[in-house]
Design a protein around this ligand. Sequence first.
Ligand SMILES: O=P(O)(O)OC[C@H]1O[C@](O)(CO)[C@@H](O)[C@@H]1O
Length: 245
Amino acid sequence: MTSDPKLTILDGPDEVADHVAGIFADAVVANPSVVLGLATGGSPVATYGRLIDRHRTAGLDFSRVTTFNLDEYIGLGPDHPQSFRHFMQQQLFDHVNVNLAKTHVPDGCCRDLDAHVAAYEAAITGAGGIELQLLGIGSNGHIAFNEPGSPADSRTRKVALTQETIDANSRFFDSIDDVPRTAITMGIGTILESRRIVLIATGTSKAEAVAAAIRGPRTIDCPASLLQSHDDVTLVIDQAAAAQL
Ligand SMILES: O=P(O)(O)OC[C@H]1O[C@](O)(CO)[C@@H](O)[C@@H]1O
């Protein structure tokens, strides 16, 4: 059974961050041992800030929470400032009482990639699966680093980034030449096994992808449209990202 993605349209990025942080905080309170799927990129930064505030002011307790991140650049180690492990430390983990042993980000410098991605999948399964997964969306409709054309049943694996994604993410690097061309990403099939999914989109640059994801056909040409086959997806977007709905 599937149902249409739920849609929450709010004024702007601040309201989106407040709302999504509320969803994640409620999940942690309801189940202190919850397994969360986490995302990087610009979209979730404000949400993580709100969760840090709740930890500091209201004692939101992350000590038993397990996390799995969606993706990581190949070739960037945890200390590289643009690695997603580094991002997570800076934006969330260093500021809350999460047990780092329970946080998982694919290792972009692993020696045996096949063994690593298989172990990553096994770790998610071993933790009981992801209860609540946070997603952003690329302007080409990608989710995690699943670019257009990614199979709906894809698993955690090595992928090549599109030029559009390299261009978009070059804002985080000194030079576009420094942006890795390959990454490890959870697959679409992996993501769809999460029990609940919340996707954040803000700004006009996401409007076309959001419209294609919700109103367009379910197609691998827009990976986010494959979320239509999941029965508990909520898109939390701002007015600008809703402009083409
Ligand atoms: O939130 P941003 O920075 O716009 O990125 C959107 C998506 O692109 C990625 O950064 C990957 O390119 C994802 O991690 C993210 O969900």
